[in-house]
Design a protein around this ligand. Structure first.
Ligand code: AMP
Ligand code: GLY
Length: 422
């Protein structure tokens, strides 16, 4: 099979790493990819993912049997529709189905229709409505930009002024809209559901460390670390998520004539009142994918192709279910100085080859680029994810941090408490 993977982060590096380890995959092209993806053996094509028609042409040109879309923006812009129109199976939702991530108000509307439990929302088109909603819902205040905001759309605060300032900033944009919602108290879990429009199979749950600094302090980020499995989850948790969240959403999306194919990323809070949806995304999470895929033993390419072709249930039945390693995986993100506000780029990244000396560890590239001499330099906010695996979370964690010590990113930021005390 020839696979085209769209994206350039550590999530896409993890996808490519899994694909290249599979017998059935003869060639992987990544667009645009990154130096780590190229070093892993994929062919990188410099390509602007905003050019949807160009992506479909590329898929045809490289004779892809399957296109796997990493990030949300091209999905929202319709890349899956364009690839499918060119006759190539695509793992990722259509533009209308990707609205589950592109509009928080839309996601709430679908959840209400599907009977899925989530934080009670108030959708606001002006500041007066926001003020009334803040009064009604109380503290902590949760204020969300309705649209895609690259991880910067949500403010959780006890301070009314901070909440209003964020709402004002969101409302000042063209077609600006804000969702104010009830605060959900409890640990967060990410569950990635592979969907084919009608059927669903869940991958192993993971936990993401969203704040920049240890102890959950500092600003929200794209994610600073992750681990899987979550030994503290109750038996039956994944089945509950599939039956009470993913499946009802699939039924509702199908009823609307916009069936959902791809990853339905269920961001969940385990509250005293039960499991509640915090958010939906329409693609694998980053950095959760880096640990979930490190544990997945079921070949990825045929699984995603089956989902893209609407024959997931049959595929999984023949497999006898998905196989996940009993090993644990812990991922630690190394971010550039200044991330998330203003990451500094252009610094030399040293020690990458020394990671191989740590058993069970590997490094995935994100914001990296090669300089004229072929040396790796920082080129983005999140630079690397260093992954450790081992028989339990504690061992995987030790290996991840041992491997992180080998790598040098000047001024690099990382959390030291990823998967601590699990
Ligand atoms: P989102 O972009 O919706 O995932 O939100 C980013 C982060 O903000 C989540 O992972 C949570 O940590 C936090 N968050 C979002 N919604 C809520 C909520 N209703 N209650 C508490 N925290 C929330
Ligand atoms: N890790 C959170 C996300 O990918 O949105």
């Amino acid at each position: 099979m020839r696979v085209l993977v769209l994206g350039s982060g550590a999530r896409e590096h993890a996808i490519v790493r899994s694909l290249l380890a599979e017998d059935g995959v003869e060639h992987v092209v990544a667009a645009p990819g990154n130096p780590g993806i190229a070093a892993a053996g994929a062919e990188c094509r410099d390509h602007d993912l905003a050019d949807i028609a160009g992506v479909a042409e590329l898929a045809v040109g490289v004779q892809a049997d399957l296109v796997v879309v990493g990030p949300e923006a091209p999905l929202v812009a319709g890349v899956a529709d364009a690839v499918r129109a060119a006759g190539i199976p695509c793992f990722g939702p259509s533009a209308p189905a990707a609205r589950l991530e592109a509009s928080k108000a839309f996601a709430k509307e679908v959840m209400a229709a599907a009977g899925v439990a989530t934080a009670r929302p108030v959708v606001c088109d002006d500041l007066g409505a926001v003020e009334a909603a803040l009064d009604e819902l109380g503290t902590p205040h949760v204020v969300k930009d309705d649209g895609l905001a690259g991880g910067k759309g949500v403010v959780v605060t006890d301070d009314r002024e901070t909440a209003l300032r964020h709402a004002r900033a969101c409302l000042s944009q063209p077609r600006g809209r804000v969702v104010v919602e009830e605060y959900l108290d409890g640990p967060e879990v990410s569950v990635f559901c592979v969907c084919d429009g009608r059927d669903v199979v869940a991958l192993a749950p993971a936990q993401d460390f969203k704040r920049l600094r240890d102890g959950g302090l500092g600003p929200n980020t794209g994610g600073m670390g992750a681990y899987s499995p979550l030994p503290w989850l109750l038996d039956g948790f994944v089945e509950e998520v599939v039956e009470t969240v993913a499946r009802p959403v699939l039924v509702e999306m199908d009823r609307r004539g916009t069936p959902f194919t791809g990853i339905l990323y269920c961001g969940l809070a385990l509250t005293d009142a039960g499991v509640r949806v915090v958010e939906f995304n329409v693609r694998l999470g980053d950095p959760e994918a880096q640990v979930v895929l490190a544990r997945l033993r079921t070949p990825l390419a045929p699984l995603l192709l089956a989902a893209a072709q609407g024959r997931l249930a049959e595929h999984v039945r023949v497999l006898g279910g998905l196989v996940e390693s009993a090993d644990a995986a812990v991922g630690v993100v190394v971010a550039a100085p200044g991330y998330p506000e203003q990451p500094r780029t252009g610094d030399a990244v040293l020690g990458l080859e020394d990671v191989a000396a740590v058993p069970g560890a590997h490094v995935l590239h994100a914001g990296t680029a090669l300089d004229d001499d072929g040396h790796v330099r920082t080129a983005g906010g999140r630079v690397l994810t260093v992954v450790g695996t081992g028989p339990d979370v504690a061992t995987a964690r030790e290996r991840a941090y041992e491997a992180v010590e080998k790598v040098h990113v000047p001024g690099g930021q990382l959390r030291l408490d990823v998967a601590a005390g699990v």
